[in-house]
Design a protein around this ligand. Structure first.
Ligand SMILES: [Zn+2]
Length: 247
């Protein structure tokens, strides 16, 4: 996801899909999108069937923050990525979609005081969760780089919801820096993403089958964020819902 949040630092990246026919054309060395460490450990690589076509997939694992991520040269370009987002089955009228997103809100709300203001970051084409939170009496903005590129320059929030977003983001280092800048001290960040945990068979993992899912967090990655970004991990539930508090 090519986030350009217009809050001071341009993080837009444009990367074209390469012809992946020849493995030797692709280097085995890159930098971690979250902690910027040099990474050469290949976690998984294979030619696999995806969307009816054989595609080469290669994932690195960062030894510093444990992030597992798709080789940058294999990411979708922005027009294909947007097309895939529009194909996502996120029907705003489907109560199961709201129930799914609600997992993060149910975990977050007990930490919030009344009269606080939030941001739904990366809401996609339908700001379903943001609308629900507004109905609960909270003031809420929403932002999406493709569908709602609203100007949030200079704004700050008491809480940010970011559901099913971070697995899409190309430049996680800049993205987290911006999330921190948007949050007030003591503010809460609710992330939702499927964590890569010991029970996952990565080769067959459904979460990896979506071409737009390019970064996978492990518990050690959350610990890295806690230890390096002035954030305290205050809740983690079902290997999916994560709440941080900005210190
Ligand atoms: Zn890293």
């Amino acid at each position: 996801m090519q986030f350009d949040l217009q809050v001071g630092v341009d993080c837009s990246i444009s990367i074209e899909m390469k012809d992946v026919g020849n493995l030797s054309d692709i280097g085995n060395y890159t930098s971690c999108p979250l902690c910027l460490s040099d990474v050469d450990h290949i976690y998984h690589e294979a030619k696999e069937k995806s969307y009816g076509q054989m595609q080469f997939r290669k994932y690195y694992q960062c030894s510093h923050c444990s992030l597992v991520f798709l080789a940058p040269e294999l990411r979708l370009n922005s027009s294909d990525e947007k097309k895939r987002y529009l194909e996502h089955n996120n029907n705003p009228d489907d109560p199961r979609y709201l129930d799914f997103l609600m997992q993060s809100w149910m975990a977050l709300e007990p930490f919030l005081k009344k009269e606080v203001k939030g941001l739904d970051m990366g809401c996609g084409p339908n700001p379903v969760l943001a609308n629900y939170i507004v109905q609960q009496g909270y003031e809420m903005d929403h932002y999406d780089p493709y569908f709602y590129p609203n100007d949030i320059t200079g704004k700050t929030y008491d809480f940010i919801t970011c559901t099913e977003v971070i697995e899409h983001v190309y430049d996680l280092y800049t993205f987290f820096k911006k999330l921190k800048k948007l949050l007030v001290s003591g503010g809460h960040l609710a992330l939702m993403t499927d964590l890569l945990h010991e029970g996952v068979d990565f080769k067959k993992w459904y979460y990896r089958q979506d071409n737009t899912h390019i970064c996978f967090f492990q518990k050690k990655t959350l610990n890295y964020i806690e230890g390096n970004m002035n954030m305290k991990l205050i809740k983690e539930k079902n290997n999916r819902v994560i709440i941080f508090k900005k210190l």
